[in-house]
Ligand binder design. Structure first.
Ligand SMILES: Nc1ncnc2c1ncn2[C@@H]1O[C@H](COP(=O)(O)OP(=O)(O)O)[C@@H](O)[C@H]1O
Ligand SMILES: [Mg+2]
Length: 347
């Protein structure tokens, strides 16, 4: 059953429509990412689910109950935002226990539950410290402990990791996923980082201009984007070319690729950089799609290398394990190839 379900939500700020008929289901215990460019309505959706904002149309259910008339504090929601503020003068334990004191749970139970929450985020021995005595990553975990200590049904996270540097962010992603898995809480995570969304979630929803343009499991959205925006937003996509409508796709000058069956009405075909192979000579294998071009640039990035290839008026990007990229000089004539089934058909 869906733990959270959002139906036909529309939210306007004056004349501006921030959410436009948004629907999405968030099944129980799942990890969901809301992804979209800045200004697409992610925060507005999260704040509407939390109850800080009220929709002009549509409804929100948590469990089997409509929460449209239910205020924030009764929605059983835990929240963490990018600019989470810890109380500077309170100890870590008191910060974490704040929501419990508001709910008047009693000091023994507060101590026990704060202890459990701090253990979960692996900060058991730091309860007596003050926020300024912790690192950025530790403070982040305190904020998370504070969000879950009240045993909410749903955890809402608004770009909680975007202030952290890359390596700390990756550590926190792993940590967040572990904690979410351990307590099995339905989690909705807002991010504008596509890699973060793909890595962490069971299901993603893509927002653009206040509309939910696609939702589904990350792999399925990545491999079957509904439009060109999603294809390009969710990772690099080499748009091969728009269809000429005659069942052929003229890649450039003298090169052509037959459109896969059933894709004759596609608006475009694309191929991901990691689906491409590069070779100095024309690949002989039957049935491969291939294009001929010039290696413009090869960039080494440790485990992988990225090649930029110019095929007449088309620029392709390909990424492969460094050892799978043959020694080639920039300016050399090369072939790119891929399997027909790796072609992304954009409706
Ligand atoms: N309180 C508000 N008043 C007017 N416009 C707002 C308000 N909050 C958000 N908006 C507008 O709604 C759009 C979506 O905002 P937001 O949900 O914060 O986007 P995101 O989180 O995806 O970056 C933006 O264009 C923003 O300027
Ligand atoms: Mg936002």
């Amino acid at each position: 059953m869906a733990e959270v379900s959002v139906k036909n939500l529309t939210k306007k700020f004056g004349k501006f429509t921030a959410l436009d008929d948004v629907s999405m289901e968030f099944p129980d215990g799942g990890f969901f990412a809301l992804l979209g460019p800045s200004g697409s309505g992610k925060t507005t959706l999260l704040r509407t689910i939390a109850g800080f904002l009220f929709a002009d149309r549509g409804s929100i259910h948590i469990g089997d109950k409509s929460v449209d008339q239910i205020p924030v504090e009764k929605r059983e929601i835990g929240m963490m935002f990018q600019n989470y503020a810890l109380f500077p003068n309170m100890s870590i334990a008191d910060n974490v226990g704040f929501g419990l004191r508001v709910r008047k749970v009693g000091s023994d139970e507060e101590r026990r539950r704060v202890g459990e929450a701090l253990e979960l985020v692996q900060l058991s021995n730091l309860g007596d410290r003050k926020p300024h005595q912790l690192s950025g990553g530790q403070r982040q975990r305190v904020a998370l402990a504070r969000a879950i200590v009240t045993n909410p049904r749903v955890l809402l996270l608004d770009e909680p990791l975007s202030a952290l540097d890359k390596s700390l962010r990756v550590d926190m992603q792993v940590e967040l996923k572990r904690i979410q898995h351990e307590i099995g809480i339905t989690t909705i995570f807002v991010t504008h980082d596509q890699e973060e969304a793909l890595t962490l979630s069971d299901k993603i929803g893509i927002l653009r201009d206040g509309r939910m343009i696609q939702s589904g499991p990350p792999r399925s959205v990545y491999n079957n984007p509904v439009d060109r925006f999603t294809a390009e937003f969710l990772g690099d996509a080499n748009i091969i070319v728009e269809s000429d409508g005659n069942g052929r796709l003229n890649v450039s000058g003298n090169q052509s690729i037959k459109i896969p069956r059933g894709a004759e009405t596609a608006s475009a075909l694309a191929v991901r950089p990691e689906s491409l192979s590069i070779s100095a000579t024309e690949p002989e294998q039957e049935g491969l799609y291939k294009v001929n071009g010039t290696l413009v640039q090869r960039m080494f990035a440790g485990a992988t290398s990225t090649c930029i290839v110019q095929c007449d008026d088309h620029t392709y990007k390909m990424v492969a394990r460094d050892q799978d990229v043959p020694i080639l000089s920039e300016g050399e004539n090369i072939w790119l190839s891929w399997k027909p089934e790796q072609t992304i058909v954009i409706p």
